[in-house]
Design a protein around this ligand. Structure first.
Ligand SMILES: [Zn+2]
Length: 322
């Protein structure tokens, strides 16, 4: 029984920062930004006019056979997520998808529903425009997020599908429309009601195996990051290991944008200086000695023959206020 519980509670990796869909030059958002539209309602707009606008979109799209409208929603009860998507074309509910998953966040379940429905919609004959109506528009925006974040596996799958869809035809496009649940707008409201109708019962109410599984998986991910970084050429020979107040090397983490960036990411110039210091590509004596050996490489403090990074950071009187 314990084995079965462990299996059911297995945690699947959700980070995927090395996926080519997130690489500069291959990102859908860079190459096909004119095929992707986000429509957020101004906070001042009242519910009635938001619903009216959505009605107009529906009327317009139902008159065309090449447009599909997807409404999706998620609800979590007893630690079980239910995500449902309705895919409409030409005034008909063509496909209904229902998925249940244990131990997932509503964000992950919502992303999965969108991922799956895009995948279904793009293969409908002659579809050139996919319209997604969701109450989680800010979560949808994370699909195109370039930082490292949980659920990248879902985002990578969506990006890969969109890439294929846009490559199929130059006119193919996708629109995301915001529709908060309290609007009770009919197409979204139906999905919303349906997700809440389910009352799933957990097979294994004990959460311990899940927490343990999560802990193991996150340790594995961090170890892979560390190993990949140490063994890859990306690190270079001059990389400066940053240490904490107890002189321990700061380890990588995915929490709050990682270990270092949050400290200097707020300022472009500080970030540039820090990057130069970490990679040792800075206009200092040590750098000049390596690349322009005829130039001066002595430290201006005259206390040290070479102006090295180590000297600047730990000894040089010119910077002792730091
Ligand atoms: Zn000095």
């Amino acid at each position: 029984m314990a084995d079965l519980a462990n299996k059911i509670n297995e945690c699947f990796p959700s980070f995927n920062p090395l996926n080519s869909g997130f690489s500069p030059g291959l990102r859908v958002i860079d190459n096909s930004s004119d095929h992707i539209f986000f429509n957020l309602f101004n906070k001042k707009k009242d519910d009635k006019s938001c619903a009216q606008l959505l009605d107009e979109i529906v009327l317009e799209s139902f008159s065309s056979l090449s447009v599909t409208i997807i409404a999706s929603d998620t609800s979590i009860k007893n630690n079980i997520a239910t995500s449902i998507a309705h895919i409409h074309t030409h005034d008909k509910l063509l496909i209904e998808t229902i998925h249940h998953a244990v131990n997932v966040t509503s964000m992950e379940a919502e992303l999965f529903a969108i991922r799956y429905s895009i995948n279904q919609a793009m293969y409908i004959d002659n579809i050139s425009k996919i319209i997604i109506v969701t109450d989680s528009i800010y979560m949808v925006k994370r699909i195109f997020d370039l930082s490292v974040y949980p659920f990248q596996v879902q985002s990578a799958a969506v990006l890969s599908d969109l890439c294929y869809f846009f490559n199929c035809h130059a006119n193919n496009s996708i629109e995301f429309w915001e529709c908060s649940s309290h609007l009770k707008w009919h197409l979204h409201n139906e999905v919303d009601k349906e997700t809440k109708m389910f009352k799933p019962l957990p097979l294994y109410p004990c959460k311990n195996p899940w927490d343990f599984s999560k802990k193991c998986k996150s340790d594995d991910i961090l170890n892979i990051w560390k190993m990949t970084f140490q063994s890859s050429n990306l690190k270079g020979n001059q990389f400066l290991d940053l240490v904490d107040n107890d002189n321990n090397i700061i380890k990588p983490t995915y929490v709050k944008e990682g270990s270092w960036l949050k400290v200097f990411g707020h300022s472009n110039s500080l970030c540039a200086h820090a990057t130069r210091a970490i990679t040792n590509h800075a206009p200092i004596g040590e750098f000049r000695l390596r690349f322009f050996s005829r130039e001066e490489f002595k430290c201006p403090c005259n206390q040290y023959p070479i102006e090295t990074r180590c000297h600047i950071l730990h000894e040089c009187g010119r910077f002792n206020e730091y």
